[in-house]
Design a protein around this ligand. Structure first.
Ligand SMILES: [Zn+2]
Length: 442
């Protein structure tokens, strides 16, 4: 879990990391060497779902639109194919008390408003049921997805190889196999517990001549002990199904993963977990019960909604969305800890100097005032060596308020020259909204 910093101290808001990585083997459980010192180096975390934030917003409508156009990160395709008309195959053990719910979700999600709202802008159309694989008998005590002996991959390969004689639907370019491990089954990675890294993931494998067999895994045992296993499993499933469709060929031909070059700050803020599910997974207001899908779902990143000043995670919650955006970012060239150069937006500040820049409060409907704080780092953890201080002159406001943020670079980062600064828009209760900004220290 990540802890959110706020004006009210460490508010210990439990936020979810439905957690997945989708990357090729070896990167799949990447502990994510986070670029700037600002990041704290957490890894994805099979965290909890806080559910809807239950905020104190007024729910006003009909107010003016956002006073400022957010200079916000947008997902960008790397050019790979998407699954245009996914056929979702649900693979379950019939001794899993939740297997019917998983089958219903796999059958219903593709025709739901949730699905169309969240993935159509990425070129993914209506999805349909690809059928069910029901496995009788006791589920395995564990499955290991480690690179030494990937039992999950072997299980999928064996099933697809035997199709259709073994009851598995045959894989074609639209088939996505979703494997639901019962709570009785531990997920391991090279014999170590994999739950700290993953609630689930999606990837692809090769079966015969088919080099793009797309599959995903949901490990219900990996739920947070304080959360309902089924709700968290369906949240993870919606995240993985959407990502499997928008970025299916994770080993060979990646598609919608990563933010645009102008907004490298968002890539750092996300710790490079950057598909449409990842980009929303740790916000408090992204989990809700969607009856048309058949369970709790996770909202997913929408470029359209983000750019328009709405909640970037869709379908949007009913409450007005509020946040804060930098107003006149510079183009800067920065170097990450691995030496890679990035030309991107941010602010160039000399070591030992400070810079003051304007940020604008925005909301997409009439709503009560909110607070904005600024933190060095990603807003979740305090960097051990921040290399900067940051302050804001107007810590409360409403749509149209302009505040001045001052960042003072106190020392040079040990490697590279990136310092991440994060604005947090919040009230005493309810969801926090984040806006990362990159400083190039020179
Ligand atoms: Zn993901």
């Amino acid at each position: 879990m990540r802890f959110v910093l706020s004006a009210f101290g460490l508010s210990l808001v439990l936020v979810s990391f439905a957690a997945c990585s989708s990357a090729p083997e070896g990167v799949k459980n990447d502990t994510n060497p986070f670029g700037s010192d600002g990041g704290g180096g957490q890894q994805t975390d099979g965290g909890t779902s806080a559910g809807d934030g239950g905020g104190d917003t007024e729910g006003g409508t009909g107010g003016p639109g956002p006073a400022f156009t957010p200079d916000i990160g947008l997902l960008k395709t790397k050019g790979g194919a998407v699954v245009k008309a996914p056929k979702i195959v649900t693979i379950v053990w019939t001794q899993d008390p939740n297997y019917k719910t998983y089958e219903t979700l796999g059958d219903n999600i593709g025709g739901s408003a949730y699905w169309t709202t969240s993935v159509s802008e990425y070129g993914v159309g209506v999805a349909s049921s690809g059928g069910h694989v029901e496995i009788a008998g006791a589920p395995p005590a564990s499955m290991d997805d480690g690179s030494n002996n990937d039992e999950v991959d072997a299980f999928i390969v064996k099933g697809v190889t035997g199709a259709p004689g073994n009851g598995w639907p045959v894989a074609d370019a639209d088939t996505m196999y979703m494997l639901y491990l019962p709570e009785a089954t531990a997920l391991l990675n090279n014999k170590a517990d994999d739950c700290p890294n993953n609630n689930g993931y999606h990837t692809e494998t090769t079966v015969g001549a088919n080099t793009h067999v797309v599959y995903g895994l949901i490990a219900s045992k990996c739920h947070d002990p304080s959360q309902n296993a089924l709700d968290e499993a369906t949240e993870t499933a919606t995240h993985e199904i959407a990502e499997a469709a928008t970025d299916p060929h994770t080993n060979s031909d990646v598609a919608w993963t990563g933010f645009d070059a102008d907004h490298y700050a968002w890539e750092l803020f996300q710790q490079r977990q950057d598909e449409d599910g990842d980009a929303c997974e740790f916000y408090e207001d992204v989990y809700y019960n969607d009856s048309a899908v058949g369970g709790f779902v996770q909202r997913l990143w929408s470029n359209k909604s983000a750019k328009a000043g709405h909640n970037p995670c869709v379908p949007v919650p009913p409450e007005p969305y509020f946040n804060v955006t930098p107003l006149a970012q510079e183009m800067i060239t920065t170097t990450g800890t691995t030496g890679l150069m990035h030309t991107t937006k941010g602010y160039r500040i000399a070591v030992g100097a400070s810079k003051t820049f304007a940020v604008g409060y925005y909301s997409d409907a009439k709503t009560e005032d909110w607070n904005v704080d600024v933190f060095v780092g990603d807003g979740f953890t305090v960097p051990t060596n921040p290399h900067a201080t940051a302050s804001i002159d107007t810590a409360s406001g409403n749509n149209g308020t302009i505040a001045k943020v001052t960042v003072n670079v106190t020392s040079a980062p040990a490697k590279g020259n990136q310092v991440l600064v994060t604005l947090i828009a919040s009230r005493k209760t309810g969801p926090q909204h984040f806006f990362p900004i990159l400083v190039g220290a020179y």
